[in-house]
Design a protein around this ligand. Structure first.
Ligand code: RIB
Ligand code: CA
Length: 328
């Protein structure tokens, strides 16, 4: 019987690293990107949706339907991350207005339809707040048993947060949604949450020299030049902020690592554990709490990434961009 390829569905809040993740997903030869949905997070839903459509068009995948989802989190509204990603969400990059309209279907319906239509073969990745995934699993409780794999960029498990001392942005932006998702996945027959958190993403960086070397490998076709320009202009905004904060120019590829792990789980070492999300803490809303020693006596619902082969990931990212630039 022919082994049908895996299918990929990505839920994004397109900012700079979400854009890099989408480009990576479009370049993957072994899994077909069948759908993308958008959620409020880094920027507004409208901006995330426009950015996503424009980045897919840049990658030559304007055919992929982009389904807008939640415009506000389940929890009380939090700040966005335009300080990190720029007013548009794509740094200094400018992309043509995408020709393809956004999908008329809501993200939740698109996600559930994809899971049912590719049952057992759908790899679901969330690189933004988990609002859409929470809404989807509340509407379709079978979702964890329909997907082949579920990977999130989210959480800070053994390290400090990046938006508060204890919380990572995607979880912090909608802790109620994150708690619903962690409690829904990982049950009997259900896929666990593969949690790609700051513990590993902070090692997945690329600096100015690395991006320059990448641009040199992309060549000079119109697609290659447009791709190089986008990578450089979007990253430069992020580089400048990092330089002000740390004295160094680098981009943390949080979201591309999550997509890469979804397509090649061997990139990280994971440990199975029960994870829950703080929603009521005065100081710690959005903190991801791991029960490494089983003190809660609960089902271990997550595979928490604890180490990463960052060099192999960087090489895979560069190879993916080279493939994308060469695509007709
Ligand atoms: O904490 C990093 C995450 O928050 C990334 O997904 C980034 O895009 C922002 O959404
Ligand atoms: Ca994101």
């Amino acid at each position: 019987m022919s082994q049908q390829p895996d299918c990929l569905f990505v839920d994004v809040d397109t900012g700079i690293d979400d854009a890099f993740a989408l480009l990576y997903a479009c370049a993957e030869p072994h899994a077909r990107l069948v759908g993308v949905s958008t959620v409020v997070g880094n920027v507004s839903l409208a901006s995330a949706t426009r950015n996503t459509r424009a980045v897919l068009a840049l990658a030559g995948r304007g055919d992929v339907a982009v389904a807008p989802g939640a415009a506000v989190p389940l929890a009380p509204e939090q700040n966005d991350a335009r300080a990190v990603h720029g007013a548009t969400g794509l740094g200094y990059a400018t992309l043509p207005e995408p020709a393809e309209p956004a999908h008329a279907v809501h993200a939740v319906d698109a996600l559930i339809a994809a899971a049912r239509g590719h049952a057992g073969r759908l790899i679901l990745v969330a690189t933004g707040p988990l609002t859409n995934v929470a809404l989807a699993v509340m509407r379709e409780p079978e979702l964890p048993r329909l997907v082949k794999r579920f990977v999130i960029m989210g959480g800070a498990y053994c390290v400090h947060g990046n938006v508060t001392p204890s919380a990572e942005f995607n979880i912090w932006h909608d802790p109620e949604a994150a708690r619903i998702v962690f409690r829904a996945f990982g049950g009997p027959g259900g896929a666990p949450v593969v949690a790609v958190g700051l513990d590993v993403t902070r090692q997945a960086t690329i600096d100015g020299a690395g991006l320059g070397a990448l641009a040199a490998r992309l060549g000079a076709t119109p697609r290659a030049l447009a791709l190089s320009q986008f990578l450089e202009d979007s990253a430069r905004f992020y580089f400048e902020r990092m330089e002000r904060q740390t004295g160094r120019r680098f981009l943390i590829m949080h979201d591309p690592l999550a997509v890469a792990v979804a397509l090649d789980p061997t990139l990280v070492e994971t440990r199975r554990a029960a994870v829950d999300v703080e929603t009521a803490g005065r100081l710690t809303p959005g903190a991801t709490i791991v029960d490494w020693e089983g003190r809660w006596g609960r089902l271990a619902n997550a595979e928490v990434a604890v180490s990463v082969d960052a060099e192999r990931f960087r090489a895979k990212f560069i190879d993916a961009m080279v493939r994308l630039a060469a695509d007709r």
